[in-house]
Design a protein around this ligand. Structure first.
Ligand SMILES: [Fe+2]
Length: 380
């Protein structure tokens, strides 16, 4: 087993003439790894990465505009058959498996409470803070890719010392035995508000076939969703599923800040999202085409709508950071189908036509504001 690497103390204050950056940006820069910025990364499965000697893997950072420098996205590629060095990280981290198959082993202290979980493409898991974890690719011919999500930029903003969080020998999980058992449990269903499907745990085996969903009528398109809670930590995630050849209502989150910093990752499907700045009706529309493996997010308070132009239901996972500004309640404003501008439908139908498909949106939704979708598949 490889030894954990030591983290050098980093100087983050700029020298005269250097660009002034915060402690997180400075740490990212010290790794020399690529950083994906902008509004979207088209495909995490094929994105270019660089070798990270310290972690013995290829990697890159994802720091999109909508993350607001609050959350870290990071891609890890584990070479075929390889086990990465153990790593103890002082923050909770959510990991989505983009491709491949492997194992995560976690323990505390010198090897106590050791647990191993087996993952494959479309698994979602929690790496709990201050446990050591080790990642293994169990396939001998294919690399595995993971998308990590955590609040390291926020934490380093408050405590500008990476060695306080990475392989810190003095940090310990600090939880009782009951909490520990729960931390490593496979997800279980818990009672949700208003019949919402809510699952809690630290391992969700396969989001591509996850079928415990509840109806999400307010957003249109006969969509479904499920919420994922991570065993008592303040992150959460949800997955939306909506049918082929339909689109959801354009909406924005507000007026209070909607947990800026979320990341959306496409589990399956083919389509696009349209988003634009909330305070400018004439703002240029940003179109994000997507398919499995696309990562994107609408910046805080931007309008956004999701369009499925494929032959299968689309599934996207949204991972959200802790709501640290709890006095701001999140609420949504939707543009009803009867109120939307003509270009929305035109764009959707032309994208379908390019694929030899037609819209499955019921015509009544454009004239009847009280139209109720039928859930023909009987689920939810
Ligand atoms: Fe949204």
């Amino acid at each position: 087993m490889a030894e954990a690497t030591e983290v050098p103390k980093l100087r983050w204050k700029p020298l005269p003439g250097e660009k002034k950056v915060g402690p997180y940006e400075h740490w990212v820069g010290s790794t020399g790894l690529p950083v994906y910025r902008g509004h979207a990364l088209q495909d995490v499965r094929t994105a270019e990465l660089s070798w990270w000697a310290e972690r013995e893997c290829n990697a890159a950072f994802v720091s999109l505009q909508g993350q607001g420098s609050l959350t870290e996205g990071r891609i890890t590629e584990i070479p075929p058959g390889k086990t990465l060095p153990p790593l103890k990280f002082g923050l909770d981290e959510i990991v989505y498996v983009v491709k491949g198959r492997g194992l995560t082993t976690t323990w505390r202290g010198d090897g106590e409470a050791k647990k191993t979980v087996e993952w494959s493409a479309h698994s979602l898991m929690l790496l709990p803070r201050n446990y050591t974890h080790q990642l293994t690719n169990t396939q001998g011919t294919e690399s595995a890719r993971l998308l990590h999500y955590n609040a390291f930029p926020m934490a380093l903003g408050a405590v500008p010392d990476p060695s306080a969080f990475i392989n810190n020998p003095d940090s310990a999980p600090g939880m009782d035995a009951n909490e520990e058992r729960e931390f490593f449990a496979t997800a279980v269903a818990v009672a949700g508000r208003r019949d919402r499907a809510v699952w809690s745990g630290s391992f969700f085996p396969d989001l591509a076939v996850w079928d415990s969903l509840s109806r999400r009528e307010s957003r249109g398109a006969a969509g479904h969703s499920v919420s994922f809670h991570f065993s008592g930590i303040p992150f959460n995630a949800h997955m939306s599923v909506f049918p082929k050849q339909t689109y959801k209502k354009t909406h924005r989150h507000g007026p209070g800040p909607f947990r800026p910093g979320a990341l959306l990752v496409l589990v399956s499907g083919e389509g696009f999202s349209v988003m634009w700045a909330h305070d400018d009706d004439d703002a240029e529309k940003t179109i994000v085409p997507w398919q499995e493996g696309t990562v994107f997010n609408p910046p805080d308070k931007w309008w956004h709508g999701h369009y499925n132009v494929g032959l299968e239901p689309a599934r996207y996972l949204a991972i959200q950071p802790p709501q640290v500004f709890s006095e701001h309640k999140s609420s949504s404003i939707e543009i009803q189908y009867t109120e939307e501008e003509a270009w929305v439908r035109e764009r959707f139908e032309s994208e379908l036509a390019e694929r030899g498909l037609t819209s499955l949106m019921p015509p009544e939704i454009y004239t009847d504001p009280d139209y109720r979708w039928s859930y023909r598949d009987g689920s939810g």
